[in-house]
Every structure is written in structure tokens, then in C-alpha cells.
Design a protein around this ligand. Structure first.
Ligand SMILES: Nc1ncnc2c1ncn2[C@@H]1O[C@H](COP(=O)(O)OP(=O)(O)OP(=O)(O)O)[C@@H](O)[C@H]1O
Length: 916
């Protein structure tokens, strides 16, 4: 039955090759070609960023839109005219193709009208080209219509038809005259920049203002500031940009910038090809074969999706005895098809085949990104926060999800929909096909508009979510600060305000989405109703079977999912691209400190280090080191002293190439460190940094990190040398004690000694100590000095220190001030020179009031006050040292008495001395 109906309906669509048949063809071809032209040219305009260039707005846009609306309505009037004629003459006096042609024109020009209305910068040639097509085709179609007019059609109705077409023609010509007569942009009022500013800043403007305030250190981050609350208790809208918003904005700006540079979307997306080898298993044939099989599975799914509703119809017809097939067999076939289409069938097979490819891509991309980030230089890590880097690295998944949604969802769904419309057209005639296409177009249009209308609400919701998350995290992470400053109430209020904001925005967003879904469902329902009415007509006229009716229903049920997916596809792709942009930015960053091509390993010959007119700047603006030249003999110890911020630590960072010098050169044993293999250089250098960082692991592993092959005994020896062994044994779990994040569970002194143990274990050839003992007590420090004498023996050592005991043991002391070497020599030479070093030194001799038991060594300060000597040297050394600098009676009032503070800059420079 079905097949015979197909043949009949197909034959009825094919009149002989006459004027009528030409008209028949034109009714289908004209709107189809116009629509295709419009779609292709609009896509090209979007992809080549023409929709972004300002000045496309026409001065008479409203007039053009009105004329176009009129033209669209003329098609409707034409249709109504034909319907009225049919009613009057009690028979359908127009052919199916005429109806379809008119309906299609309404759809095509309706879409163009909507496109012009929605666009801020309309691109005109897709639209104008369609108008030229209309001007060419309309007279031909109308002439053919007149020539092939059915004899029973009414004459006055025919005149009306011609008049309507003429009116439309006139409207279209007027549009073209307006367009060419008044070119775009010529009559737009431009005004100067100041005049174009908003009197009240827009939301984005506000954000930028906040950002620039933040950049100037005026960041209203909420801490230490009272939240700006509105009368209803919620925070006002000018809350500062959250980390999420900042990241998102930066990625978008980066994307826009690159897009503008590349000139079009094609070139832009091509830049993501760097990820291709990670997403596609280029060197793995087995995985490639799997991907091909997955594609075949998708095609098979398409086929099953077509067969399923058809089979349901056949089952229905066999039950109704409309066909002579056995319902039992047909139900079995249906069950088999259901099984193939179910999660246990093709989906399972596809997933099983695809999983290794997906995991390959995850593994390849995350490993490559991690390795790349680790290989990037200090300047990159200084710039980016670790959370930014980690977020960007997580974007690897966005790329594969984008690829998956395009290849495994969009393409099969598109095929599904195309097949469904063709199949429905063949089964129920072209009207049904038209209803499907028109409903799909309307649905996608409405859904896209709604998604963009909901964008602002959604942004607010996500922003509120991150704000709430931030308050929660900050409160928990900074709990000790919260408790110390007794701000638990304040934090609780902040959190409750943030939560309320999140609930409010979430409610608004959910309501918005529900409304959008309701509208989308209504659109589908209207389409379904129209389709069903048509099908009912055909079933009652015996032109279709009840089974085909059921098939139609099932197809419509299958349509809503793909349509909703397509409506959100553009947004989800752009979201994935923005995420991937962050990763791309990182992957495109080149390390600034790298081994030169073919660089040979460092040929270590003793450790002679020379600085030759070294200059350095972190940001290429402010000079940190200027013309630093020095020669360090192998096995000697050099101490750098000087005021804070002078550039001492920077010198150490240049030796192990955390940064490269911007001027001059650094040589080790005559080899420029930029010419040797980077890893061979770092292998020779041991560092104890100013603020050591531990991994959240046990102490044993943290120390062993310096030499992964070290035995437990070697670790113990290193810890003994660093005077921390006994203390570690005293911990609850000994060497198995976890040190917490960044070593938080260790005291400052313990942390430094574990770091020293690490350096001792490495047994480096060159030692860099950056205030390595600043946080340990005097007793321990003296023990560590002994350890250092073992560590540094016969090794070239660079020390940044403020402690007398450390400095005094150095072979050579260099005083750095404002990035320059201002003095150098031995301790005694420098003291005798009575320059900067002598000045620093005198401030380091700490005095305090005499102890009642008289145990302290005493000196007499100005005014005859008896004071005791306090410093980190032994009493004898202090006495002799003090004698070198100043006599007790010459200590001036402003600097005479000082106390040894154990922390901060006061201790280091001791420039503000006071009596205790
Ligand atoms: N990564 C960086 N990026 C930009 N500037 C930096 C960076 N590290 C340090 N600086 C700047 O370089 C200057 C020298 O810093 P450096 O750490 O070398 O000083 P220092 O003499 O070791 O000081 P201190 O005794 O306090 O440790 C300082 O003004 C500091 O702000």
C-alpha cells in the first residue's frame, strides 16, 4: 500500500515537460536557490567577520524593513486570494507546487527579514542578491502562471493576483533604489569620540572601570571594605570582577584580538590545528581504524533512525490489516531495530570503539600541556597564577568535546533531519516536507534568539556562583586570619549575601530557560499540529494509511532533540573555543630560557664564575642590575649584602638561568651559560631559596627529591648535616610525617633546614644560598654553618645573607646597592673602608639593657647607660668586631641601641634601631 502510494504521489508530482512543468520546477527551485544563496553568502559574511565591521547600518533601514515586510505579506495575500477563489469555486484551483512556492517564499523572505532586523551591522549583499533574484524570477513565474491559468479560475481573482505581484515588484524595486541611492553609512551621524560616550556607563564600562581601579591598586575586593548593600540586603551590582570573570574576559579579548588579526574564522580555527596531533591519533593505525568504524556506526544509526518510525507504521498497519504482513514478525523486526538503536546496541558499540580514541586525546593533550608548562620559563610563571594555568590546562577537554559535538552529534543529526524531511515529503507529499523544514527553521530561530536573550541572566548566574564559591573558599582557606581578627560574623554575612545572590540569579535563569523551553515546545507543537492535520486529511481521503500517521508522529518526536541541539550548537562551540583559547595561548608561548640548538653539556672544571658587565631587567623597563662585573675563583665563597630590593637574589637567579641576562654575560669555567645545555647547568647547581617550598608529601620524599636515587641513609646523613635529623625523629611519624601544602606544617626554621638537607643531598658543584638561615635560631645557625662548611667545601658558593656570622666567613663580600656593586673586598677591608658595608655592619651590632645577673658583655653607650651586646656571634667575636667599628662612647643617640628582631626587614637592615 505504502509503496503504491509513493509511486502515485511521486508520479503526480511530475507533469509532462510543458510550460506547466517549467512553472512547477520554478516554484520549487526559485525559493530553494534563493535560500541557498542567502545561507551561503551570510555564512561567508559571518566567517570573514564582515558582520563585525561598523558602518553597515543603512540610514533608511526602517523603510527597507517595512517594504520587505510588505513584500513578505504579499505572498500571504496571494495565498489567501487563491484560497478564497478555491472556496468560491468549491474546488482547489491552484496546484500543490503553487502553494508550496508561495509558502516557501514567505519562509525565505521571512528569514531574511528576521536576519536584517536582528543584525547590528547587517551585511547587505546576501539580501540584495536575493532581491535581484526575485526581480528576475517574479515576472517569469507570474507570466507562466497567467499562461497556464486553469480555465475555471476567476478572472477578477487573476487580476488581483497580478496586482499583488506588481505591488510586490514595486516594493522590491523601491528597496533597491533606496539601497543604491543612499549608500550605507553616508548619512549616519558619526559625532566625535566624546559625544559618543554613554552618559551612564554600560555594564562593560563599569567592569572596565573596576578593572583599571584594580590595576591601580584600588581593588575593591571586599576584604577590608564594607559590602555595598542595597536596601533589600543584596549586594549591589558593582561587585568587583571575579577571577572567573577576569579569565573569561581575558580569553574573549584574546580571541577577538586573534580573530581580528587572522581576518576570518577559517584562519582563526586553523590556528587550533596545533592540537590536531593530540586529538587525532596520527601515528596509531589501530585507533584511526576505530574512528572510521565509529563513523560507520553513526551512519548505521542514521539508517536505523529512519527505519524505526517506518517500522512502527508497518506494525500499526499490519494490526489494522491495512497490509498483509504478519504483526508478529513485524513486531519482532521492530524489537530488533529498537535493540540496535538502544544503548545496548549501536550506542554501546560506538562508545566502546570510541573510548580509547577519546582517552588517547585526553592523555596526549594533558601530557603535552603539562610538559609545555613545566618547560616554560620563570617570566611566564611569574605572570600567571597557578589557578589560571590549571584552568587553561583543563580546557583540553573542550577541544575534544567540540570535535565530538560537531562530528558525532551535529553531522548525524543534520543527516537525520534531511532524511526525515525528504522521507516525509515522499510519503505525505511536499506540504509535509515544507511543514517540517519551516518548523525546524522557526524553532532554531526562536531558540537562538532566546539563548542570546538569556545570555545576560546566565552570566549573572555564573558570576554569582563563582562569587559564592570564592567567599566560601577564602573563608575556609583564610580561617586563621578570620578567627584572629574575630571576623567570623562578617564572613558569615558575606557568605549569606553571596548565597542569596546566587539563589536569586539561579531562579531568574531557571525561569528564563523554562520559558524558552515552553516557547520551543509550542513552536514544535504548532508544526506538529499542522503536519497532523495534513496527515489526517490524507488518511481520511485514503491517500495515506494510519500506520503512516503513526510514523509521522514518531518522526516528530525524534525531531525535538536534534533541533534543541542545533539551537545551542553555535553557543557551545564558541564557549569551547574560548576555553581552548586559553590553552592555545599557553601552547603558543615559547620559553624564553632554553638550551640553544645543539648546545653541549657544561664542561665543569672547578667552578670559576665570572660576570661580565651584566645588566638585567625583569620587565625590560626597570633596570634591576647594572653593569655588574665580578670574578669568582673556584671553590671560594662570595657573600652579597646590601639593602632589601637591591638585586642580590636576582644575581643568584641569573646564575642558574631562571632568567637570562639582558646585557653582558655570565660564564662558568669560561663557558657562557647561555651556550650550554640548560639541564647540565642546573645539575651542577644546588639552591637553598629564600622561601623554600615543599610538596605535600612525607619529609623523606621531600628531601629525596634532590636525588631520586638516594638511599634512606643518604637522606638521614643530609638531614643530620642540616641539623634537622633529631627534630624530624621527634615528629609523630618521623620521616613519614606529611609536611602539608607548601610545607605549612613545618616552622620557618624547620622548613629552611629541610631545604638545606635537600641541597646537601644533591652535592652540587656550585651552591646558591639565598638567606638560607634567616629563620633559624643562633645555636642552630652555628650548627648549620658547620654543615655549610662541609657542603661548600671546595665548591663555589654564592650567599645572600644579612647575618654577621654568615657574611664574616665569606672569602669575598660584595655590597649591592640599586643593582650596582658599590663595594667589594674582605670583611676587614670593607670595615676599614668605612663605607656602606661598615655602616650596615655597625647597625647589626645589637645592644640591650644589662642583664641583672651581669651575665652579658657590657658596653657603655652615650649618656653612660650600661648595655649588653646582643648578636648572633660569640661574645669574643662580637667584642673584637665591635671594637673594629665603633667605640661604645661614639654610638649616637639615633642608632645607639638596637634589639635583634627575628623577622622582617628590620632584622635585615636594622636601620631603625631602638632601645629595649
Ligand atoms: N619576578 C620578578 N618580576 C619583577 N620584578 C621582580 C621580580 N623579582 C624581584 N623583582 C624586583 O627586583 C628587585 C630586586 O629584587 P631581589 O629579590 O633581587 O632583591 P634582594 O636584594 O634580594 O632583596 P631582599 O634582600 O629583600 O631579598 C626588587 O625591586 C623586586 O621588586
Amino acid at each position: 500500500m505504502i509503496d503504491s502510494y509513493h509511486v502515485q504521489s511521486t508520479l503526480s508530482l511530475r507533469p509532462p515537460f510543458t510550460l506547466t512543468s517549467i512553472l512547477f520546477g520554478l516554484h520549487y527551485v526559485y525559493p530553494a536557490i534563493t535560500f541557498l544563496y542567502y545561507l551561503v553568502t551570510s555564512s561567508v559574511a559571518v566567517c570573514t567577520l564582515q558582520t563585525r565591521s561598523p558602518g553597515n547600518k543603512h540610514i533608511r533601514l526602517r523603510l527597507i524593513l517595512s517594504l520587505l515586510l510588505f513584500a513578505v505579506s504579499t505572498y500571504l495575500i496571494q495565498l489567501l486570494n487563491l484560497a478564497v477563489q478555491s472556496l468560491i469555486s468549491k474546488s482547489v484551483i491552484f496546484s500543490q507546487d503553487t502553494g508550496i512556492g508561495l509558502l516557501s517564499c514567505i519562509l525565505v523572505y521571512g528569514v531574511e527579514f528576521a536576519g536584517l532586523t536582528n543584525s547590528d551591522n547587517p551585511v547587505w549583499y546576501p539580501f540584495i542578491g536575493s532581491l535581484w533574484m526575485a526581480l528576475l524570477m517574479e515576472p517569469i513565474i507570474e507570466t507562466l502562471a497567467v499562461l497556464t491559468r486553469r480555465p475555471d479560475s476567476l478572472t477578477h481573482a487573476q487580476f488581483l493576483d497580478i496586482a499583488i505581484v506588481a505591488a510586490r515588484y514595486l516594493a522590491l524595486v523601491t528597496v533597491l533604489v533606496i539601497y543604491y541611492g543612499l549608500p550605507c553609512g553616508t548619512m549616519l551621524e558619526t559625532g566625535n569620540e566624546a559625544e559618543r560616550q554613554f552618559l551612564i556607563p554600560k555594564e562593560d564600562g563599569q567592569r572596565q572601570a573596576d578593572t583599571s581601579a584594580g590595576a591601580q591598586g584600588l581593588d575593591n575586593s571586599g576584604y577590608g571594605s564594607v559590602p555595598n548593600e542595597s536596601t533589600d540586603g543584596t549586594q549591589s551590582g558593582d561587585s568587583p570582577e571575579s577571577a572567573w570573570e577576569r579569565r573569561d574576559r581575558e580569553a574573549k579579548e584574546q580571541m577577538e584580538k586573534r580573530l581580528a588579526e587572522q581576518g576570518n574564522w577559517f584562519a582563526y580555527t586553523r590556528s587550533f590545528m596545533v592540537f590536531f596531533p593530540y586529538i587525532w591519533p596520527v601515528n596509531n593505525r589501530a585507533l584511526q581504524l576505530r574512528a572510521v568504524l565509529v563513523a560507520l556506526c553513526l551512519l548505521a544509526s542514521n539508517f536505523v533512525n529512519l527505519l524505526l518510525p517506518r517500522q512502527l507504521g508497518i506494525v500499526m498497519d499490519s494490526l489494522n490489516m491495512v497490509n498483509d504482513k504478519s504483526p508478529w514478525v513485524q513486531v519482532l523486526v521492530l524489537a530488533a531495530l529498537k535493540l540496535v538503536a538502544s544503548e545496548a546496541g549501536l550506542s554501546f558499540l560506538r562508545y566502546r570503539l570510541w573510548l580509547p580514541v577519546e582517552l588517547y586525546s585526553f592523555q596526549a593533550i594533558s601530557t603535552a600541556a603539562y610538559a609545555h608548562v613545566l618547560n616554560l620559563s620563570s617570566d611566564f610563571h611569574d605572570e600567571k597564577s597557578s589557578s589560571d594555568i590549571m584552568t587553561a590546562m583543563g580546557a583540553g577537554g573542550s577541544l575534544s568535546s567540540m570535535l565530538e559535538s560537531v562530528c558525532f552529534q551535529a553531522v548525524p543529526m543534520l543527516i537525520d533531519m534531511a532524511v526525515a524531511s525528504v522521507y516525509l515529503s515522499l510519503t505525505f507529499g511536499p506540504y509535509e516536507g515544507f511543514i517540517t523544514i519551516a518548523t525546524a527553521t522557526l524553532f532554531v530561530h526562536i531558540a537562538t534568539r532566546m539563548i542570546s536573550a538569556l545570555k545576560a541572566i546566565r552570566r549573572k548566574e555564573v558570576s554569582a556562583y563563582f562569587d559564592q564559591h570564592y567567599v566560601l573558599q577564602a573563608g575556609i582557606q583564610g580561617w586563621s586570619t578570620v578567627a584572629c581578627f574575630n571576623q567570623i560574623g562578617y564572613e558569615k554575612d558575606r557568605y549569606s549575601v553571596a548565597t542569596k545572590k546566587q539563589v536569586d540569579t539561579s531562579m531568574a535563569s531557571s525561569l528564563g530557560y523554562m520559558t524558552a523551553y515552553a516557547f520551543q515546545s509550542l513552536t514544535l507543537l504548532c508544526g506538529l499540529l499542522a503536519g497532523l492535520f495534513l496527515a489526517v486529511c490524507q488518511v481520511t481521503n485514503a491517500e495515506a494509511t494510519p500506520g503512516q500517521f503513526v510514523m509521522l508522529l514518531t518522526y516528530w518526536g525524534q525531531l525535538s532533540g536534534p533541533l534543541a541541539f542545533f539551537a545551542g550548537l553555535g553557543k557551545s562551540i564558541s564557549r569551547d573555543l574560548i576555553s581552548a583559547e586559553k590553552l592555545l595561548e599557553i601552547m603558543q608561548t615559547k620559553p624564553t630560557v632554553v638550551s640553544k640548538e645543539g648546545a653541549s653539556p657544561l664542561d665543569f672544571k672547578g667552578g670559576q664564575v665570572s660576570f661580565d658587565h651584566v645588566g638585567f631587567s625583569y620587565d625590560k623597563k626597570k633596570e634591576i642590575l647594572k653593569d655588574v662585573s665580578l670574578e669568582v675563583s673556584p671553590g671560594t665563597t662570595v657573600a652579597f649584602v646590601g639593602p632589601t630590593g637591591a638585586g642580590k637574589s636576582t644575581i643568584l637567579k641569573l646564575i642558574d638561568r631562571f632568567y637570562d641576562v639582558t646585557e653582558g654575560s655570565i660564564k662558568i669555567d669560561g663557558q657562557d651559560i647561555r651556550d650550554v645545555e640548560l639541564s647540565s647547568l642546573r645539575a651542577q647547581i644546588g639552591v637553598v631559596p629564600q622561601s623554600p617550598i615543599m610538596f605535600d608529601d612525607i619529609i623523606m620524599n621531600n628531601v629525596r627529591y634532590a636525588k631520586l636515587s638516594a638511599t634512606d641513609q643518604e637522606v638521614f646523613d643530609a638531614c643530620k648535616a642540616a641539623c634537622i635529623h633529631d627534630q624530624i625523629l621527634g615528629f609523630t611519624d618521623g620521616y613519614k610525617t606529611r609536611v602539608g601544602e607548601r610545607g605549612i606544617k613545618l616552622s620557618g626554621g624547620e622548613l629552611q633546614r629541610v631545604a638545606i638537607a635537600r641541597a646537601i643531598l644533591k652535592r652540587p658543584a656550585i651552591v646558591l644560598l639565598d638567606e638560607a638561615t634567616s629563620a633559624v635560631d643562633t645555636d642552630t645557625e652555628q650548627k648549620i654553618q658547620e654543615a655549610f662548611s662541609t657542603l661548600c667545601k671546595d665548591r663555589t658558593t654564592f650567599i645572600v645573607a644579612h647575618r654577621l656570622s654568615t657574611i664574616i666567613n665569606a672569602d669575598h663580600i660584595i655590597v649591592i646597592k640599586d643593582g650596582c656593586i658599590v663595594e667589594q673586598g674582605s670583611h676587614d677591608q670593607l670595615l676599614r673602608a668605612e663605607g656602606n658595608y661598615a655602616d650596615l655592619w655597625s647597625k647589626q651590632v645589637f645592644l640591650k639593657p644589662r642583664a641583672t645577673d651581669g651575665s652579658n658583655d657590657q658596653v657603655v653607650a652615650e649618656g653612660g647607660k650600661t648595655l649588653s651586646v646582643m648578636n648572633d656571634l660569640t661574645v669574643e667575636v662580637t667584642k673584637s668586631e665591635l671594637a673594629k667599628v665603633q667605640k661604645p662612647t661614639t654610638i649616637t643617640k639615633s642608632q645607639n641601641i638596637s634589639t635583634p628582631t627575628r623577622t622582617g626587614d628590620d632584622k635585615r637592615t636594622a636601620s631603625h634601631v631602638r632601645e629595649v
